[in-house]
Design a protein around this ligand. Structure first.
Ligand SMILES: [Zn+2]
Length: 449
C-alpha cells in the first residue's frame, strides 16, 4: 500500500474525497499547514492533532541542511523524529533551491547550490532529492522539478519544462528502485513499544485520547463562559464539524501496514503558457504517478494569472488522482481553487502572517498590533470556534503582540491554522451536500460557469 484516493462527492468541478495514506486518512480538499523544519512554528504536535490537522508539509531543503537527512532517518524518519503519527508530505527541495537565485547553478545532472545558512556548496539531483525524501520518510514525496522563474521567455519555459519531464522520469526510476528503504521499520519498533506502554496504562494512554480526537475539536479548556457564548459558530460551520462522517484515523502506533511505501507525485510545470501546461500535464501523466501537483505558480505573477493557469491545467489532470496546487493562498483563494477541483494545498501564509500579527477572520484580515484593539474585550473572531477565540480578548492578544510575548505567536498561529482548517471543513461539507461553496465570511465564491 502507498496512498489511495477515494473520490466521494462532486459539485461542479469541486470534489470531496479521502486520501488514505500509511499514516492516516486525509479528507480532501485539504489545506496542509507548513512545518518547514519539522515543526509548525509555535504549535506543539498534540495541539495540531486537536485542531484536526491530518497532514503536514515539511521542506526537504531545510531538513537536509539541518538536522540532516541521516539524523532524521535514524530517528525513524519524520514521523518518529517529530512524534507525529499522522500523514506528512515533503517537497522535493526544488522550489527552495530555485528560490536561492544567486546561489544556484543548474545543469542536466541537477542543481549546485549554496546553503543559505553557511554558504557551503551542495548538489541536488533527481536521485539525491529522492534519496533525501525517502530518508525523511514522509507519506507523500514530490518529484524533483525545476520551478521556472517569472517572467520567462517561451523558449526558456519550454526548455525548463522538458528538463522537469526528464527529471520526473529519473525521480520515478530512483524512487521505484529504493522505495523499500523508507525508515518506517524503526518507527514500527518504537511505536510498538509505545503501544505496549499504552496498553499497560502508561502515560501514553492519555496521548492516545488526544490523538484520536480527529476532526472533533475539544472544548476550550477553560476561560470565560461569557466569551465562549459570544463566540458562536455559523450554522454551516457547526454542521461541517458534526455533519461529516467520522474519519477512521489510521493509528500509526499500531504497526504501519507491512510493505507500505511512500507515494511519489509528479509535478506539472510550463510557466504561464497554457499550451505548455497542457503538454506538461499529458507527458507527466504518461510517466505515471499516483497524484499530480501544479507547480511553478505563486512566483510573482498576478493572482488573476495564477487562477487562469490553474483552471487551464486542472482539466488535463486525471479525475481519479489527487491534485495538489503548491504554495497557495489566502482563505479566499483556497476556497476558489477547491471550487476548481484542487484537492490539496499548502502555504506558509497563515503561520507566517500569524507571527506578524496578521489574523484571518470571518470579518476579514485583522492586524492585531493596531491601537484600536487596546481595550477591545471582544473575541478575535466572534464566528470562530477555536480555543483562542473561545478564551482570549482582542485586547489581550494585542497586548501579547505589542509586548513581544512568545505566547502571541502561539495563539495567533493556532487561530490562523484553525481558520484555514475550518474554511476547508466548510468547503468539504458544502461539496458533500451539493451546496454553494462559501467562504466563512459568508461571501460566496463565484458560481460555477
Ligand atoms: Zn479563532
Amino acid at each position: 500500500m502507498s496512498t489511495e484516493f477515494q473520490l466521494e462527492a462532486t459539485r461542479g468541478a469541486a470534489r470531496a474525497g479521502r486520501l488514505i495514506t500509511p499514516h492516516g486518512v486525509v479528507e480532501t480538499p485539504v489545506f496542509m499547514p507548513v512545518g518547514t523544519l519539522a515543526s509548525v512554528k509555535g504549535v506543539a504536535q498534540d495541539l495540531l492533532e486537536e485542531l484536526g490537522v491530518q497532514i503536514l508539509l515539511s521542506n526537504t531543503y531545510h531538513l537536509y541542511l539541518r538536522p540532516g537527512v541521516e539524523t532524521v532517518r535514524r530517528m525513524g524518519g519524520l514521523h518518529g523524529f517529530m512524534a507525529w503519527d499522522r500523514a506528512i508530505l515533503t517537497d522535493s527541495g526544488g522550489f527552495q533551491v530555485f528560490s536561492l537565485n544567486e546561489l544556484r547553478k543548474v545543469n542536466e545532472e541537477g542543481v549546485t547550490f549554496r546553503s543559505h545558512l553557511d554558504g557551503s556548496s551542495h548538489f541536488f539531483s533527481p536521485e539525491s532529492a529522492m534519496a533525501a525524501q525517502i530518508g525523511l520518510g514522509a507519506d507523500i514525496v514530490m518529484a524533483f522539478d525545476e520551478c521556472t522563474e517569472f517572467p520567462a521567455e517561451r523558449e526558456r519555459v519550454r526548455a525548463s519544462m522538458e528538463l522537469t519531464l526528464r527529471w520526473a522520469e529519473r525521480s520515478k526510476r530512483y524512487f521505484e528502485e529504493h522505495k523499500g528503504e523508507v525508515p518506517w521499520g524503526a518507527v514500527r519498533s518504537q511505536l510498538s513499544a509505545v503501544s505496549e506502554e499504552a496498553r499497560r496504562g502508561g502515560s501514553w494512554a492519555e496521548r492516545t485520547c488526544a490523538g484520536d480526537a480527529g476532526e472533533t475539536p475539544a472544548a476550550p479548556s477553560g476561560g470565560s463562559a461569557d466569551r465562549r457564548a459570544r463566540a458562536t459558530r455559523p450554522a454551516e460551520l457547526a454542521l461541517g464539524r458534526t455533519g461529516e462522517a467520522p474519519v477512521p484515523t489510521v493509528d500509526a502506533r499500531v504497526p504501519t501496514q507491512a510493505g507500505a511505501t511512500q507515494a511519489l507525485f509528479g509535478i506539472v510545470q510550463g510557466g504561464m503558457e497554457l499550451d505548455l501546461r497542457r503538454e506538461s500535464a499529458e507527458r507527466t501523466i504518461e510517466i505515471g504517478f499516483p497524484g499530480y501537483a501544479i507547480g511553478g505558480l505563486s512566483v510573482g505573477e498576478p493572482r488573476e494569472r495564477t487562477r487562469e493557469v490553474v483552471e487551464a491545467t486542472v482539466q488535463h489532470l486525471p479525475a481519479d488522482k489527487p491534485r495538489y496546487l503548491m504554495g497557495v493562498g489566502t482563505p479566499e483563494e483556497i476556497v476558489e481553487y477547491a471550487r476548481m477541483g484542487i484537492d490539496m494545498m499548502d502555504c506558509v501564509l497563515p503561520t507566517r502572517a500569524a507571527r506578524h500579527g496578521l489574523l484571518f477572520t470571518s470579518e476579514g484580515k485583522i492586524s492585531i498590533k493596531q491601537a484600536r484593539y487596546i481595550r477591545d474585550d471582544g473575541p478575535l473572531d466572534p464566528r470562530c470556534g477555536c480555543r483562542v477565540c473561545g478564551r482570549y480578548s482582542r485586547a489581550y492578544l494585542r497586548h501579547l503582540y505589542a509586548s513581544n510575548e512568545v505566547l502571541a505567536q502561539v495563539l495567533n498561529t493556532v487561530h490562523n491554522v484553525s481558520f484555514y482548517l475550518d474554511t476547508m471543513r466548510t468547503v468539504r461539507h458544502s461539496i458533500r451536500l451539493g451546496e454553494e461553496i462559501r467562504l466563512l465570511s459568508g461571501v460566496s465564491s463565484q458560481p460555477n460557469p
